[in-house]
Design a protein around this ligand. Sequence first.
Ligand SMILES: *Cc1c(COP(=O)(O)O)cnc(C)c1O
Length: 440
Amino acid sequence: MNEHPPMRYHSTVGTSPTTNLDGALRRGLAPDGGLYVPERLPDLRYADLADCRNLAETAERVLAPFFAGSSLADQLGEITREALDLPLPVVEFERGRSWVMELFHGPTAAFKDFAARFLAACMARLRAPDAPVQTIVVATSGDTGGAVAAAFHQRPGFRVVILYPQGRVSARQAHQLGAFGDNVHCFCVAGDFDDCQRLAKQALNDRDLAESRHLTSANSISIGRLLPQITYYAHASVQLFRRTSTAADVIVPTGNLGNALACILAREIGLPIGEVILATNANRTLSEYFSGQDYRGRPGLATLANAMDVGDPSNFERLAWFFRDRDLREVGIQAFSISDEVIRRTIAAVDQSYHMEVCPHTACAVEVLHMRRKYGQFRPHLLAATAHPAKFDEVVEPLLGRAIDPPSALAELLGRPSHAEPMAAQFDDLRRVLDRIASE
Ligand SMILES: *Cc1c(COP(=O)(O)O)cnc(C)c1O
């Protein structure tokens, strides 16, 4: 039973009618082009979650208010147990002062597994048993495609079409994307990530095509991906508070602001989190904004931390909505930009001083911690580690001077044959592919 008042979801643009969670999950993007946001945030404290034994239990309690008024409300426990049954180690980094939350123990070794699995568990339950097969079109710069493919692989009623940019993802990422098979169709597009995203958007926005081929999206702006990400911050912050009696500051490697916004929302709900510090790569949109300059979106720069190569983070619009009555620069958020050169140096230094292997994204967070220590900030910190370093072996291994063993789930995928079909960055080619797949 869900005893919370029904939760309505607004569009950030504000012209689309409000909807319950089902509507927001089904549509992904609001009809007016805005992003869905919950009308209010629940109020939860340390004591409300202190007896939760694992992430699934924490998630059920944190998400119940968001599911009120949804047809999925009674299935929330089942959904969290199915989707969030992933290891979530919180590993000590500096003795008694900082900890690393490892978000990379899912099937594709990056944090996106949590959200993709949760979204898939919701979508599978929203679907009528006799509904036509839905095709999920996903453009990826590497990690999203794999997580979505893994979450929907062999799920009845769904197929996945992955579009990834040829030569712009790591060899291991490419292998992984093509290794699923069955209901996952992988295409290697002659273009960059923006081309892939444009093709996917064009297909989803083409009413006739989207309706006749039952297209849907699972992209990072879905509220169904934001909500589950709140839960691991809730769970880890409660664990740390028990140990330190202090609300830890949290450092989050950031690209599209999805993972970091979830952390900020966990704090706004009332959980023991201090400042939230965004660690970006050389893409400086957020660090400039939070240092007082105007917000200026721009094309993404290619860096070693390629999953964060974002110059105009899509979730900024949501962040601004949540703090619409306050000055966003005065709500306990900071942002720092880390260059490729420093990423390289940090990966090597963390290995030497802490015997910890980190991916290029996580390295940005570690460097931000070092900066804070240098400037006399000695509070407890929690760092989000977003991917396993073995996923970025081409960057990390030469710096460590040795090979890194992939985790078993990733190794299993890498051991399978992999197949991607080449595709031109042309909408007609995508349309032909969607027609063909639908008739298979
Ligand atoms: C997607 C991704 C990020 C960025 O996450 P956002 O939610 O877009 O900020 C960081 N690190 C890794 C490994 C990722 O895959």
